[in-house]
Design a protein around this ligand. Structure first.
Ligand code: SER
Length: 559
Protein backbone atom coordinates (compact mmCIF):
# COMPACT_ATOMS: atom_id res chain seq x y z
CA UNK A 1 0.00 0.00 0.00
CA UNK A 2 1.12 3.55 -0.66
CA UNK A 3 1.80 5.29 2.60
CA UNK A 4 3.00 8.87 2.93
CA UNK A 5 6.40 7.56 3.96
CA UNK A 6 6.64 5.40 0.86
CA UNK A 7 5.52 8.23 -1.42
CA UNK A 8 8.07 10.66 -0.01
CA UNK A 9 10.86 8.11 -0.31
CA UNK A 10 9.88 7.20 -3.89
CA UNK A 11 9.74 10.84 -4.95
CA UNK A 12 13.10 11.74 -3.49
CA UNK A 13 14.70 8.54 -4.87
CA UNK A 14 13.30 9.28 -8.31
CA UNK A 15 14.74 12.77 -8.40
CA UNK A 16 18.03 11.60 -6.96
CA UNK A 17 18.27 9.27 -9.93
CA UNK A 18 17.72 12.30 -12.13
CA UNK A 19 20.70 14.08 -10.62
CA UNK A 20 19.00 16.11 -7.88
CA UNK A 21 20.44 16.84 -4.46
CA UNK A 22 17.96 16.23 -1.66
CA UNK A 23 17.86 19.24 0.64
CA UNK A 24 16.13 19.36 4.06
CA UNK A 25 12.82 21.07 4.62
CA UNK A 26 13.29 24.71 5.53
CA UNK A 27 11.73 26.20 8.63
CA UNK A 28 8.05 27.16 8.60
CA UNK A 29 9.18 30.60 9.72
CA UNK A 30 10.78 32.36 6.76
CA UNK A 31 14.28 33.40 7.66
CA UNK A 32 14.93 36.26 5.31
CA UNK A 33 11.54 37.33 4.14
CA UNK A 34 9.64 39.82 6.28
CA UNK A 35 6.76 40.04 3.79
CA UNK A 36 5.19 36.70 4.68
CA UNK A 37 4.42 35.02 7.95
CA UNK A 38 5.00 31.41 6.99
CA UNK A 39 6.75 29.36 4.35
CA UNK A 40 3.93 28.58 1.95
CA UNK A 41 5.79 26.62 -0.73
CA UNK A 42 9.08 24.85 -1.24
CA UNK A 43 10.22 27.54 -3.66
CA UNK A 44 9.92 30.18 -1.00
CA UNK A 45 13.33 29.74 0.62
CA UNK A 46 14.82 29.32 -2.87
CA UNK A 47 13.85 32.74 -4.21
CA UNK A 48 17.41 34.16 -4.29
CA UNK A 49 18.56 31.11 -6.30
CA UNK A 50 15.65 31.31 -8.70
CA UNK A 51 16.75 34.89 -9.30
CA UNK A 52 20.27 33.84 -10.18
CA UNK A 53 22.35 33.43 -7.02
CA UNK A 54 24.24 30.14 -7.08
CA UNK A 55 23.03 27.46 -4.65
CA UNK A 56 25.75 25.56 -2.76
CA UNK A 57 24.02 22.22 -3.48
CA UNK A 58 23.87 22.73 -7.24
CA UNK A 59 21.26 23.41 -9.89
CA UNK A 60 18.97 20.42 -9.31
CA UNK A 61 17.30 20.20 -5.93
CA UNK A 62 14.41 18.27 -4.40
CA UNK A 63 12.81 18.05 -0.95
CA UNK A 64 9.79 17.47 1.24
CA UNK A 65 8.85 20.89 2.58
CA UNK A 66 6.61 21.75 5.53
CA UNK A 67 4.20 24.48 4.40
CA UNK A 68 1.50 26.64 5.94
CA UNK A 69 -1.15 28.43 3.91
CA UNK A 70 -3.46 30.37 6.16
CA UNK A 71 -5.20 31.68 3.05
CA UNK A 72 -6.83 28.27 2.81
CA UNK A 73 -8.28 28.36 6.30
CA UNK A 74 -11.88 28.77 5.19
CA UNK A 75 -11.62 25.73 2.97
CA UNK A 76 -10.39 23.49 5.79
CA UNK A 77 -13.05 20.92 6.50
CA UNK A 78 -13.49 19.96 2.86
CA UNK A 79 -11.86 16.71 1.70
CA UNK A 80 -8.47 18.09 0.81
CA UNK A 81 -7.50 21.58 2.03
CA UNK A 82 -5.17 21.95 4.98
CA UNK A 83 -3.52 24.97 6.54
CA UNK A 84 -0.41 22.86 7.19
CA UNK A 85 0.79 20.31 4.66
CA UNK A 86 3.83 18.64 3.20
CA UNK A 87 4.85 19.45 -0.32
CA UNK A 88 7.24 17.43 -2.43
CA UNK A 89 9.15 19.53 -4.90
CA UNK A 90 11.93 19.43 -7.44
CA UNK A 91 13.76 22.44 -8.78
CA UNK A 92 15.87 23.38 -11.71
CA UNK A 93 17.85 26.53 -11.06
CA UNK A 94 18.58 27.60 -14.61
CA UNK A 95 19.20 23.99 -15.64
CA UNK A 96 16.53 21.76 -17.29
CA UNK A 97 13.24 23.29 -18.39
CA UNK A 98 9.80 22.32 -19.69
CA UNK A 99 10.64 19.18 -21.64
CA UNK A 100 12.53 17.34 -18.89
CA UNK A 101 10.26 18.58 -16.10
CA UNK A 102 7.11 17.34 -17.83
CA UNK A 103 8.66 14.08 -19.01
CA UNK A 104 9.85 13.30 -15.50
CA UNK A 105 6.49 14.17 -13.96
CA UNK A 106 4.86 11.83 -16.44
CA UNK A 107 7.36 9.07 -15.76
CA UNK A 108 7.01 9.32 -11.98
CA UNK A 109 3.22 9.30 -12.16
CA UNK A 110 2.70 6.53 -14.70
CA UNK A 111 5.73 4.21 -14.68
CA UNK A 112 5.09 0.87 -12.99
CA UNK A 113 8.42 1.36 -11.23
CA UNK A 114 7.03 4.46 -9.53
CA UNK A 115 3.41 5.45 -8.88
CA UNK A 116 2.02 3.43 -11.78
CA UNK A 117 -1.08 5.57 -12.31
CA UNK A 118 -3.24 4.95 -15.38
CA UNK A 119 -2.09 7.39 -18.06
CA UNK A 120 -5.56 7.35 -19.61
CA UNK A 121 -6.91 9.05 -16.52
CA UNK A 122 -4.39 11.83 -16.57
CA UNK A 123 -5.65 15.31 -17.50
CA UNK A 124 -3.42 18.33 -17.71
CA UNK A 125 -3.86 22.08 -17.85
CA UNK A 126 -1.59 24.69 -19.43
CA UNK A 127 -1.44 28.48 -19.49
CA UNK A 128 -3.76 30.13 -21.99
CA UNK A 129 -1.67 33.25 -22.56
CA UNK A 130 -2.40 36.93 -21.95
CA UNK A 131 -0.77 40.33 -22.27
CA UNK A 132 2.03 39.37 -19.91
CA UNK A 133 3.07 36.03 -21.37
CA UNK A 134 2.24 33.90 -24.42
CA UNK A 135 0.13 30.75 -24.57
CA UNK A 136 2.15 27.79 -23.34
CA UNK A 137 2.10 25.69 -26.53
CA UNK A 138 5.49 24.30 -25.63
CA UNK A 139 4.20 22.44 -22.55
CA UNK A 140 1.14 21.21 -24.39
CA UNK A 141 3.38 19.79 -27.15
CA UNK A 142 5.44 17.88 -24.62
CA UNK A 143 2.26 16.38 -23.14
CA UNK A 144 1.06 15.42 -26.61
CA UNK A 145 4.38 13.77 -27.38
CA UNK A 146 3.86 11.63 -24.28
CA UNK A 147 0.50 10.44 -25.53
CA UNK A 148 -1.91 12.77 -23.72
CA UNK A 149 -4.59 13.54 -26.33
CA UNK A 150 -5.61 17.12 -27.09
CA UNK A 151 -9.03 16.69 -25.44
CA UNK A 152 -7.37 16.06 -22.11
CA UNK A 153 -5.14 19.13 -22.38
CA UNK A 154 -6.90 22.26 -21.15
CA UNK A 155 -5.81 25.88 -21.44
CA UNK A 156 -6.67 28.18 -18.56
CA UNK A 157 -5.91 31.81 -17.67
CA UNK A 158 -3.59 33.22 -15.02
CA UNK A 159 -5.97 32.56 -12.12
CA UNK A 160 -5.53 28.86 -12.74
CA UNK A 161 -2.28 28.30 -14.55
CA UNK A 162 0.21 30.75 -13.20
CA UNK A 163 2.14 30.56 -9.97
CA UNK A 164 3.81 33.18 -7.89
CA UNK A 165 5.29 35.34 -6.85
CA UNK A 166 4.98 34.10 -3.28
CA UNK A 167 5.13 37.68 -1.99
CA UNK A 168 4.38 40.85 -3.94
CA UNK A 169 7.35 40.65 -6.21
CA UNK A 170 9.68 37.92 -7.37
CA UNK A 171 9.96 34.86 -9.58
CA UNK A 172 6.83 33.48 -11.18
CA UNK A 173 5.59 31.94 -14.39
CA UNK A 174 3.10 29.76 -16.24
CA UNK A 175 2.43 26.32 -14.87
CA UNK A 176 1.10 23.01 -16.04
CA UNK A 177 -1.02 21.09 -13.58
CA UNK A 178 -1.79 17.38 -13.45
CA UNK A 179 -5.19 16.03 -12.47
CA UNK A 180 -6.20 12.44 -11.99
CA UNK A 181 -9.71 11.48 -13.02
CA UNK A 182 -11.16 9.45 -10.14
CA UNK A 183 -13.88 7.99 -12.34
CA UNK A 184 -16.58 9.78 -10.37
CA UNK A 185 -19.42 11.09 -12.50
CA UNK A 186 -19.00 14.68 -13.69
CA UNK A 187 -21.05 17.13 -11.62
CA UNK A 188 -22.29 18.96 -14.71
CA UNK A 189 -21.50 20.21 -18.18
CA UNK A 190 -18.80 22.53 -16.90
CA UNK A 191 -17.01 19.94 -14.79
CA UNK A 192 -13.35 19.94 -15.75
CA UNK A 193 -9.95 19.81 -14.05
CA UNK A 194 -9.99 22.36 -11.26
CA UNK A 195 -13.62 21.61 -10.36
CA UNK A 196 -14.04 20.89 -6.63
CA UNK A 197 -16.70 18.18 -6.97
CA UNK A 198 -14.21 15.38 -6.42
CA UNK A 199 -14.01 14.00 -9.94
CA UNK A 200 -10.57 15.47 -10.59
CA UNK A 201 -7.81 15.16 -8.07
CA UNK A 202 -5.07 17.74 -8.47
CA UNK A 203 -1.77 16.01 -7.84
CA UNK A 204 1.11 18.03 -9.17
CA UNK A 205 2.08 21.41 -10.42
CA UNK A 206 5.10 22.18 -12.60
CA UNK A 207 5.83 25.90 -12.61
CA UNK A 208 8.11 27.39 -15.22
CA UNK A 209 9.60 30.34 -13.44
CA UNK A 210 10.91 32.48 -16.22
CA UNK A 211 9.56 35.86 -15.12
CA UNK A 212 10.18 38.27 -12.31
CA UNK A 213 7.22 40.36 -11.21
CA UNK A 214 8.46 43.84 -10.35
CA UNK A 215 7.02 46.29 -7.84
CA UNK A 216 5.32 48.16 -10.68
CA UNK A 217 3.49 44.99 -11.73
CA UNK A 218 5.58 44.24 -14.80
CA UNK A 219 6.62 40.73 -15.75
CA UNK A 220 10.24 40.82 -16.78
CA UNK A 221 11.99 37.84 -18.32
CA UNK A 222 14.45 36.31 -15.90
CA UNK A 223 17.94 35.63 -17.07
CA UNK A 224 17.68 31.98 -16.12
CA UNK A 225 14.80 29.61 -16.80
CA UNK A 226 13.75 27.72 -13.69
CA UNK A 227 11.45 24.87 -12.79
CA UNK A 228 9.57 24.75 -9.49
CA UNK A 229 7.23 21.83 -8.89
CA UNK A 230 4.92 20.95 -6.04
CA UNK A 231 3.04 17.80 -5.09
CA UNK A 232 0.84 17.79 -1.99
CA UNK A 233 1.69 14.69 0.05
CA UNK A 234 -1.59 14.34 1.95
CA UNK A 235 -3.70 14.68 -1.15
CA UNK A 236 -1.62 12.38 -3.32
CA UNK A 237 -1.52 9.66 -0.67
CA UNK A 238 -5.29 9.85 -0.27
CA UNK A 239 -5.67 9.38 -3.99
CA UNK A 240 -3.19 6.50 -4.14
CA UNK A 241 -5.06 4.77 -1.33
CA UNK A 242 -8.39 5.29 -3.04
CA UNK A 243 -9.62 7.43 -0.13
CA UNK A 244 -11.86 10.36 -0.80
CA UNK A 245 -10.44 12.58 1.94
CA UNK A 246 -7.01 13.16 3.44
CA UNK A 247 -8.46 12.52 6.91
CA UNK A 248 -8.86 8.82 6.17
CA UNK A 249 -5.14 8.34 5.58
CA UNK A 250 -2.63 7.26 8.23
CA UNK A 251 -1.54 10.90 8.46
CA UNK A 252 -4.80 11.91 10.11
CA UNK A 253 -6.67 8.81 11.17
CA UNK A 254 -5.20 8.52 14.70
CA UNK A 255 -6.03 12.21 15.28
CA UNK A 256 -9.55 11.81 13.95
CA UNK A 257 -10.14 8.67 16.04
CA UNK A 258 -9.09 10.52 19.16
CA UNK A 259 -11.38 13.44 18.40
CA UNK A 260 -14.28 11.06 17.77
CA UNK A 261 -13.57 9.32 21.07
CA UNK A 262 -13.67 12.62 22.98
CA UNK A 263 -16.79 13.92 21.21
CA UNK A 264 -20.31 13.69 22.45
CA UNK A 265 -21.98 14.96 19.30
CA UNK A 266 -19.64 14.14 16.47
CA UNK A 267 -19.59 16.12 13.27
CA UNK A 268 -16.99 15.44 10.62
CA UNK A 269 -16.27 19.02 9.61
CA UNK A 270 -15.44 20.26 13.11
CA UNK A 271 -13.28 17.19 13.68
CA UNK A 272 -11.32 17.88 10.49
CA UNK A 273 -10.79 21.51 11.47
CA UNK A 274 -9.47 20.50 14.89
CA UNK A 275 -7.15 17.86 13.41
CA UNK A 276 -5.76 20.24 10.82
CA UNK A 277 -5.34 23.20 13.16
CA UNK A 278 -3.75 21.35 16.07
CA UNK A 279 -1.36 19.59 13.70
CA UNK A 280 -0.32 22.97 12.25
CA UNK A 281 0.20 24.50 15.69
CA UNK A 282 2.26 21.51 16.87
CA UNK A 283 4.65 21.81 13.94
CA UNK A 284 5.17 25.54 14.46
CA UNK A 285 5.67 25.27 18.21
CA UNK A 286 7.98 22.28 17.82
CA UNK A 287 10.41 24.32 15.77
CA UNK A 288 11.31 26.05 19.01
CA UNK A 289 11.79 29.37 17.27
CA UNK A 290 10.18 31.32 20.04
CA UNK A 291 6.85 31.60 18.22
CA UNK A 292 4.08 31.17 20.78
CA UNK A 293 0.42 32.24 20.79
CA UNK A 294 0.23 36.03 21.01
CA UNK A 295 -1.44 39.03 19.45
CA UNK A 296 1.05 39.64 16.70
CA UNK A 297 2.21 38.05 13.49
CA UNK A 298 2.86 34.30 13.56
CA UNK A 299 1.84 34.13 17.21
CA UNK A 300 -1.51 35.58 16.33
CA UNK A 301 -2.08 32.88 13.73
CA UNK A 302 -1.29 30.24 16.34
CA UNK A 303 -3.75 31.88 18.69
CA UNK A 304 -6.51 31.87 16.09
CA UNK A 305 -5.85 28.27 15.12
CA UNK A 306 -6.02 27.11 18.74
CA UNK A 307 -9.09 29.18 19.55
CA UNK A 308 -10.86 28.00 16.46
CA UNK A 309 -10.10 24.42 17.50
CA UNK A 310 -11.51 25.05 20.97
CA UNK A 311 -14.66 26.50 19.49
CA UNK A 312 -15.13 23.49 17.24
CA UNK A 313 -14.44 21.18 20.16
CA UNK A 314 -17.35 22.86 21.92
CA UNK A 315 -19.53 22.10 18.93
CA UNK A 316 -18.55 18.46 19.29
CA UNK A 317 -19.48 18.55 22.95
CA UNK A 318 -15.89 18.02 24.05
CA UNK A 319 -15.56 19.12 27.65
CA UNK A 320 -12.45 20.33 29.42
CA UNK A 321 -8.99 20.56 27.99
CA UNK A 322 -8.37 18.40 24.96
CA UNK A 323 -5.68 19.99 22.79
CA UNK A 324 -2.89 18.06 24.52
CA UNK A 325 -4.66 14.78 23.75
CA UNK A 326 -4.69 15.57 20.05
CA UNK A 327 -1.13 16.92 20.15
CA UNK A 328 0.05 13.65 21.69
CA UNK A 329 -1.29 11.89 18.61
CA UNK A 330 0.54 14.34 16.35
CA UNK A 331 3.78 13.55 18.18
CA UNK A 332 3.06 9.83 17.88
CA UNK A 333 2.33 9.93 14.14
CA UNK A 334 5.02 12.34 12.98
CA UNK A 335 7.99 12.34 15.32
CA UNK A 336 9.69 9.48 13.44
CA UNK A 337 10.38 11.85 10.54
CA UNK A 338 10.22 15.10 12.47
CA UNK A 339 12.09 14.45 15.75
CA UNK A 340 11.65 18.04 16.92
CA UNK A 341 8.06 17.13 17.79
CA UNK A 342 9.20 14.69 20.42
CA UNK A 343 12.11 16.79 21.53
CA UNK A 344 9.95 19.84 22.13
CA UNK A 345 6.75 18.07 23.12
CA UNK A 346 6.89 19.63 26.59
CA UNK A 347 6.82 23.12 25.11
CA UNK A 348 4.12 22.16 22.59
CA UNK A 349 1.79 20.79 25.27
CA UNK A 350 2.44 23.68 27.64
CA UNK A 351 1.65 26.38 25.09
CA UNK A 352 -1.43 24.59 23.85
CA UNK A 353 -2.81 24.16 27.31
CA UNK A 354 -2.06 27.74 28.33
CA UNK A 355 -3.82 29.16 25.30
CA UNK A 356 -6.74 26.83 25.72
CA UNK A 357 -7.16 28.05 29.30
CA UNK A 358 -6.90 31.70 28.25
CA UNK A 359 -9.59 31.21 25.68
CA UNK A 360 -11.82 29.52 28.25
CA UNK A 361 -11.60 32.83 30.13
CA UNK A 362 -12.52 34.82 27.02
CA UNK A 363 -15.48 32.55 26.58
CA UNK A 364 -16.67 33.07 30.13
CA UNK A 365 -16.24 36.86 29.84
CA UNK A 366 -18.19 36.74 26.61
CA UNK A 367 -20.97 34.78 28.26
CA UNK A 368 -21.13 37.38 31.06
CA UNK A 369 -21.35 40.23 28.57
CA UNK A 370 -24.00 38.33 26.69
CA UNK A 371 -26.06 37.93 29.86
CA UNK A 372 -25.79 41.65 30.55
CA UNK A 373 -27.10 42.58 27.12
CA UNK A 374 -29.79 39.96 27.37
CA UNK A 375 -30.93 41.21 30.77
CA UNK A 376 -31.18 44.76 29.48
CA UNK A 377 -32.83 44.10 26.15
CA UNK A 378 -34.34 40.65 26.42
CA UNK A 379 -32.84 39.82 23.05
CA UNK A 380 -29.59 39.76 21.09
CA UNK A 381 -29.35 41.45 17.73
CA UNK A 382 -26.88 40.66 14.99
CA UNK A 383 -25.12 43.92 15.85
CA UNK A 384 -24.81 42.91 19.51
CA UNK A 385 -23.36 39.61 18.40
CA UNK A 386 -20.84 41.44 16.32
CA UNK A 387 -19.92 43.74 19.21
CA UNK A 388 -19.34 40.73 21.44
CA UNK A 389 -17.07 39.37 18.78
CA UNK A 390 -15.17 42.61 18.45
CA UNK A 391 -14.75 43.38 22.12
CA UNK A 392 -14.17 39.92 23.55
CA UNK A 393 -13.29 37.81 20.54
CA UNK A 394 -16.49 35.97 21.37
CA UNK A 395 -17.34 33.93 18.30
CA UNK A 396 -20.57 34.76 16.48
CA UNK A 397 -21.59 31.14 16.24
CA UNK A 398 -21.30 30.87 19.99
CA UNK A 399 -23.59 33.85 20.51
CA UNK A 400 -26.11 32.20 18.23
CA UNK A 401 -25.73 28.94 20.12
CA UNK A 402 -26.34 30.46 23.55
CA UNK A 403 -29.19 32.58 22.24
CA UNK A 404 -30.82 29.42 20.90
CA UNK A 405 -30.30 27.70 24.24
CA UNK A 406 -32.16 30.59 25.87
CA UNK A 407 -35.08 29.99 23.58
CA UNK A 408 -34.46 33.21 21.69
CA UNK A 409 -35.33 33.26 18.07
CA UNK A 410 -32.08 33.82 16.29
CA UNK A 411 -32.28 35.56 12.99
CA UNK A 412 -29.59 33.38 11.45
CA UNK A 413 -29.76 35.27 8.17
CA UNK A 414 -28.98 38.59 9.86
CA UNK A 415 -26.15 36.96 11.80
CA UNK A 416 -24.72 35.43 8.68
CA UNK A 417 -25.02 38.71 6.87
CA UNK A 418 -23.16 40.49 9.63
CA UNK A 419 -20.50 37.84 9.54
CA UNK A 420 -20.19 37.96 5.76
CA UNK A 421 -19.95 41.70 5.84
CA UNK A 422 -17.13 41.38 8.34
CA UNK A 423 -15.34 38.80 6.22
CA UNK A 424 -15.83 40.88 3.15
CA UNK A 425 -14.24 43.88 4.74
CA UNK A 426 -11.39 41.70 5.92
CA UNK A 427 -10.78 40.27 2.51
CA UNK A 428 -10.66 43.69 0.95
CA UNK A 429 -8.36 44.87 3.66
CA UNK A 430 -5.94 42.00 3.47
CA UNK A 431 -2.69 43.45 2.29
CA UNK A 432 1.04 43.00 2.57
CA UNK A 433 1.96 41.06 5.63
CA UNK A 434 -1.62 40.39 6.50
CA UNK A 435 -2.23 38.84 3.11
CA UNK A 436 -2.16 35.27 4.24
CA UNK A 437 -3.29 36.12 7.74
CA UNK A 438 -6.64 35.32 9.22
CA UNK A 439 -9.68 37.39 8.46
CA UNK A 440 -10.11 39.16 11.76
CA UNK A 441 -6.46 40.11 11.87
CA UNK A 442 -6.80 42.31 8.84
CA UNK A 443 -10.15 43.62 9.98
CA UNK A 444 -8.47 45.03 13.06
CA UNK A 445 -5.54 46.31 11.02
CA UNK A 446 -7.88 48.09 8.67
CA UNK A 447 -9.76 49.81 11.45
CA UNK A 448 -6.63 50.87 13.26
CA UNK A 449 -5.04 52.10 10.11
CA UNK A 450 -8.06 54.22 9.22
CA UNK A 451 -7.99 55.58 12.75
CA UNK A 452 -4.42 56.80 12.28
CA UNK A 453 -5.57 58.95 9.37
CA UNK A 454 -8.34 60.43 11.48
CA UNK A 455 -5.97 61.02 14.35
CA UNK A 456 -3.48 62.74 12.10
CA UNK A 457 -6.10 65.10 10.72
CA UNK A 458 -7.52 65.85 14.20
CA UNK A 459 -4.08 66.56 15.67
CA UNK A 460 -3.35 69.04 12.89
CA UNK A 461 -6.69 70.71 13.51
CA UNK A 462 -6.16 71.09 17.25
CA UNK A 463 -2.38 71.57 17.57
CA UNK A 464 -1.60 73.17 14.24
CA UNK A 465 -0.49 72.43 10.70
CA UNK A 466 3.08 71.74 11.83
CA UNK A 467 2.08 68.32 13.14
CA UNK A 468 3.61 65.57 11.06
CA UNK A 469 3.28 61.84 11.35
CA UNK A 470 6.60 60.32 12.38
CA UNK A 471 5.57 56.73 12.64
CA UNK A 472 2.78 54.40 13.54
CA UNK A 473 2.60 50.92 14.90
CA UNK A 474 -0.52 48.80 14.81
CA UNK A 475 -1.31 45.63 16.69
CA UNK A 476 -4.74 44.01 17.07
CA UNK A 477 -5.03 45.60 20.53
CA UNK A 478 -4.08 49.22 19.97
CA UNK A 479 -2.53 51.70 17.67
CA UNK A 480 0.45 53.94 18.35
CA UNK A 481 0.85 57.20 16.49
CA UNK A 482 4.08 59.17 16.70
CA UNK A 483 4.01 62.80 15.66
CA UNK A 484 6.03 65.98 15.89
CA UNK A 485 4.98 68.80 18.22
CA UNK A 486 7.33 71.04 20.23
CA UNK A 487 5.37 71.01 23.52
CA UNK A 488 3.52 68.73 25.82
CA UNK A 489 -0.03 68.14 24.63
CA UNK A 490 -2.56 69.37 27.19
CA UNK A 491 -5.31 67.15 28.54
CA UNK A 492 -7.97 69.45 27.14
CA UNK A 493 -6.34 69.30 23.72
CA UNK A 494 -6.29 65.52 23.87
CA UNK A 495 -9.96 65.52 24.76
CA UNK A 496 -10.67 67.72 21.76
CA UNK A 497 -8.72 65.44 19.45
CA UNK A 498 -10.57 62.46 20.84
CA UNK A 499 -13.90 64.14 20.24
CA UNK A 500 -13.06 65.01 16.64
CA UNK A 501 -11.98 61.43 15.92
CA UNK A 502 -15.01 59.91 17.59
CA UNK A 503 -17.36 62.28 15.79
CA UNK A 504 -15.76 61.35 12.49
CA UNK A 505 -16.14 57.63 13.26
CA UNK A 506 -19.78 58.02 14.20
CA UNK A 507 -20.47 59.70 10.87
CA UNK A 508 -19.59 56.41 9.17
CA UNK A 509 -17.91 58.06 6.22
CA UNK A 510 -17.26 55.51 3.49
CA UNK A 511 -13.65 54.63 2.79
CA UNK A 512 -12.58 55.24 -0.78
CA UNK A 513 -9.64 53.81 -2.59
CA UNK A 514 -8.04 55.70 -5.41
CA UNK A 515 -4.71 55.02 -7.00
CA UNK A 516 -2.72 57.83 -8.52
CA UNK A 517 0.78 59.06 -8.97
CA UNK A 518 2.60 60.76 -6.15
CA UNK A 519 2.35 64.12 -7.93
CA UNK A 520 -1.37 63.83 -8.57
CA UNK A 521 -1.94 62.88 -4.95
CA UNK A 522 0.06 65.87 -3.75
CA UNK A 523 -2.02 68.12 -5.97
CA UNK A 524 -5.16 66.70 -4.43
CA UNK A 525 -3.82 67.68 -1.03
CA UNK A 526 -2.87 64.27 0.27
CA UNK A 527 -0.78 64.18 3.38
CA UNK A 528 2.16 61.86 3.54
CA UNK A 529 5.51 62.17 5.13
CA UNK A 530 7.01 58.90 4.10
CA UNK A 531 8.05 59.60 0.57
CA UNK A 532 10.30 56.59 0.22
CA UNK A 533 7.71 54.18 1.52
CA UNK A 534 4.92 55.52 -0.62
CA UNK A 535 7.02 56.07 -3.69
CA UNK A 536 4.84 53.95 -5.94
CA UNK A 537 1.56 53.68 -4.10
CA UNK A 538 0.00 56.41 -2.11
CA UNK A 539 -2.49 56.78 0.69
CA UNK A 540 -4.86 59.58 0.06
CA UNK A 541 -7.09 60.86 2.81
CA UNK A 542 -9.14 57.99 4.20
CA UNK A 543 -7.78 55.64 1.65
CA UNK A 544 -6.99 52.00 2.20
CA UNK A 545 -4.82 49.55 0.43
CA UNK A 546 -6.68 46.57 -0.88
CA UNK A 547 -5.40 43.14 -1.65
CA UNK A 548 -3.41 43.54 -4.80
CA UNK A 549 -3.78 39.85 -5.51
CA UNK A 550 -1.01 37.62 -6.60
CA UNK A 551 -0.59 35.50 -9.66
CA UNK A 552 -2.40 32.64 -8.10
CA UNK A 553 -4.61 32.51 -5.06
CA UNK A 554 -3.72 30.09 -2.34
CA UNK A 555 -7.09 28.52 -2.10
CA UNK A 556 -7.24 27.35 -5.64
CA UNK A 557 -7.15 23.68 -5.22
CA UNK A 558 -3.72 22.66 -4.13
CA UNK A 559 -2.45 22.30 -0.68
N1 SER B 1 5.15 26.73 -5.98
C1 SER B 1 4.24 25.87 -6.67
C2 SER B 1 3.07 25.46 -5.81
O1 SER B 1 3.07 25.75 -4.66
C3 SER B 1 4.94 24.64 -7.14
O2 SER B 1 5.67 24.11 -6.11
O3 SER B 1 2.18 24.85 -6.29
Amino acid sequence: MWTAKKLVRAYLDFFKEKGHTIIPSSSLIPENDPTVLFTSAGMHPLVPYLLGQSHPEGKRLANNQKCIRTGDIDAVGDPSHDTFFFMLGNWSLGDYFKKEAIEWSYEFLTSKKWLGLDKNKLNVTCFKGDKDAPKDEESAKVWESLGIPKERIYFFPKEDNWWGPAGKTGPCGPDTEMFYDTGKEACGKNCKPGCYCGKYFEIWNDVFMQYNKTASGKFEKLEQQNVDTGMGVERTVAMLQGKSTVYETELFKPLMDKIRELSREYNEKSARIIADHIRAVCFVLAEGKGIVPSNVEQGYILRRLIRRSVRHARLLGIQGSFTKEIAKKVVEVYSGDWPELKKNSGLVFKELEAEEAKFAKVLSQGVKAFEKIFKKQGKISAKDAFLLYQSYGFPLEMTAEIATEKGLKVDKKAFEKEFERHQDISRKATAGKFKSGLADHSEVALRMHTATHLLHAALRQVLGEHVQQKGSNITPDRLRFDFSHPEKVEKSQLAEVEKIVNDAISKKIPILKEEMSLDQARKKGALAFFDAKYASSFHYGLLQQTDSGQGKGQGTGRF
